[in-house]
Design a protein around this ligand. Structure first.
Ligand code: SF4
Length: 614
């Protein structure tokens, strides 16, 4: 990815902001006459700091000391020749020049670069800017060495009450679609949409009506202009998308989740899920001819052993039973092959599906089949039954999972008949059927979704959620609000995906550190049964690996534009010598925090520990 120095560090007072955190480093760098001399001296200095930590001289709190040790390891990694070679960048060279040339060199690095090193300097010196978290400021810890028994129990309970109360304050910012106020507002939205599209309340509960009336093409834009007052860049983006056949589509049901009366009150995620930004559309147009390979960043071309099948693991494989969806998520990782919403051409011929199932019959190691696409719930009941029936005839298939976002886009698709039919293929002790869905925010969880889930669960079908962790759902405790809403709707969180992508989806991406921070400082405050998911990083071609498993990734470089570069170990680590994968954060931490402030008015202080997640 090319360098993108967005905000050159020229307006930063390097002395007061950076070097004062560790004047020795400035001295070492400024007095080194060559890069190699600077490298050697800095390594020695870091070794000395490390030894002081191990010898206990500094008497730091063990938690702070752990951060310092990690930071020293990361610093050494970043200045190592090996990682310079791997990444093609040298943060040390930029630092060396900053120390010797000051402002003249600051032009070539982004503010994000300087911020990264400021926090690294703080951390290696045992002064990380972590404690207390902003939401825990002023809270008094219980000192169990001073008080004991019931008194201690009460004090701790009071402390926990206050912590939970503060979290509740955050949660108020993220209403769920189950909240009575939201339900009421959305009833009015339904009336308006039915009026504009010409439908009845009965039509509203009929999934076929939603499929027929999905907003796409010229008519879709006209309706969106009327109902959303769409203008400016959003309108330009849709018009260009239409002209150049970039897929977009919104179901009437999903449209009713928008804040039609007061746009952007709470519906940021909902809007951004389906309204493509102009930048995205332009990139899609630029790559119209090589789209099939340019946007296939998961390398699916290399992981399909048979038409309609993707396989990355020993015991599970994907059957792509429909190459289209009721609506299009802007950041879809299959945007290289999905042509449009509800595309009749996107439904494979029965013969092709049968041949793909024959492949499963010939591969007895596959226990788990994910029937997805696209969205497999776009298929009619007879085709879904045909697939499930044929897979059920294979003794080795113990789990049939249906991958679908239908619970979010048209929950009415889950009819009693469909749920019963699916349930009829569950055989306790032999075969399980489940749904893997994709709910992004609490705002997407509605009574209609809960009703659909209940139908499935009554028929023995469990429902699991995979959230894609985008910028639009990444504020403090926002995903906690989602987990709570999901639980109420009967859905268990399963994965949180770290979304990779190309520059076209930059508006959706977050730095890796944010998802690590969320898991540690937000998810952890919920009871265990609410936070059953695992954050994962999907390595192209190779598959998912656990994101928070420190042993499975290394931070190896800070680029001059402030972006972090990681070396990602594949899940096959310690089993086979498979090459790791180098990944560059699409946005630097500084860019991310700036954008949070710009879009949502967030206070960067609230996220201050993010710099210390490596
Ligand atoms: S539902 Fe899934 S496959 Fe369909 S557009 Fe969204 S992310 Fe892509």
């Amino acid at each position: 990815m090319p360098l993108q120095v967005v905000k050159p560090a020229t307006s930063i007072d390097l002395e007061g902001f950076l070097w004062r955190e560790d004047p020795s480093i400035k001295e070492i760098l400024a007095s080194s006459s060559s890069l190699e001399e600077a490298r050697r001296s800095l390594f020695l200095y870091l070794n000395q700091l490390e030894w002081r930590l191990y010898s206990g001289e500094d008497k730091l709190h063990p938690l702070v000391e752990a951060v310092a040790r990690d930071a020293i390891r990361v610093f050494k990694n970043i200045i190592s020749p090996r990682n310079e070679k791997l990444t093609g960048y040298s943060a040390l060279y930029c630092l060396w020049r900053l120390a010797r040339e000051g402002r003249a060199a600051a032009r070539e690095v982004d503010e994000g670069f300087v911020y990264e090193f400021k926090h690294l300097f703080k951390a290696i010196n045992g002064r990380p800017d972590i404690y207390p978290a902003k939401y825990a400021e002023g809270l008094e810890q219980v000192d169990f060495t001073r008080i004991k028994g019931r008194r201690a129990g009460i004090a701790r309970s009071n402390y926990l009450d206050e912590l939970a109360r503060r979290v509740r304050e955050y949660l108020k910012r993220y209403p769920s679609g189950l909240d009575p106020e939201v339900v009421k507002r959305r009833r009015r939205n339904v009336e308006r949409i039915l009026q504009v599209l010409g439908g009845s309340p009965d039509d509203w509960r009929d999934y076929r009506w939603h499929f027929r009336n999905a907003l796409k093409g010229r008519r879709g834009i006209k309706v969106l202009r009327e109902l959303l007052g769409l203008e400016g860049e959003d309108l330009e983006a849709l018009t260009k998308a239409l002209e150049h056949r970039v897929p977009f589509g919104i179901t009437p049901y999903y449209l009713h989740l928008f804040d039609l009366d007061s746009p952007w009150s709470h519906d940021h995620q909902v809007r951004r899920q389906v309204l493509p930004p102009l930048h995205y559309v332009k990139t899609m147009i630029e790559h119209r001819d090589d789209r099939e390979y340019y946007f296939d960043f998961m390398g699916e071309h290399d992981t399909s052993p048979h038409p309609l099948i993707t396989r990355r693991y020993p015991m599970v494989a994907i059957l792509k039973a429909a190459n289209t969806c009721p609506q299009i998520c802007v950041y879809c990782q299959r945007n290289w092959e999905i042509v449009t919403a509800l595309d009749p051409q996107g439904i494979p011929a029965r013969k092709l599906i049968d041949k793909a199932i024959d492949w499963f019959a010939e591969h007895p190691e596959i226990r788990d089949v994910l029937v997805t696409g696209g969205d497999s719930m776009i298929l009619d009941d007879a085709t879904i039954e045909h697939i499930v029936k044929r897979l059920s005839e294979l003794d080795h298939v113990e789990l049939i999972r249906i991958g679908t976002r239908i619970l979010v886009t048209v929950p009415f698709r889950i009819t009693e008949e469909l749920a019963e039919m699916l349930g009829s293929y569950v055989e306790p002790g032999k075969r399980v059927i489940s749904i893997s869905t994709h709910v992004e925010s609490a705002y997407e969880v509605t009574p209609e979704m809960a009703e659909a889930v209940y139908k499935l669960r009554r028929n023995g079908i469990m429902v699991y959620n995979q959230q894609v962790y985008t910028f639009w759902v990444s504020r403090r405790f926002e995903t906690v609000a989602l987990r709570i809403a999901l639980k109420k709707a009967g859905i268990d969180p399963y994965y949180t995906f770290y979304p990779k992508g190309k520059w076209e989806t930059k508006d959706y991406l977050v730095p890796v550190a944010r998802i690590l921070q969320e898991r540690k400082e937000e998810a952890r405050l919920l009871p265990g049964t609410f936070r059953t998911e695992e954050p994962v990083f999907n390595v192209p071609r190779l598959g998912k690996n656990h994101l928070r498993a420190g042993q499975d990734h290394e931070l190896i470089m800070i680029r001059p534009d402030g972006r972090r570069v990681y070396l990602w170990h594949p899940w096959e680590k310690n089993i086979q010598l498979v090459d790791p994968y180098i990944y560059t954060d699409m946005v630097s931490i500084k860019m991310y925090l700036d954008k949070l402030r710009e879009v949502f008015g967030e206070d960067p202080e609230d996220y201050k520990s993010i710099w210390y997640y490596y």
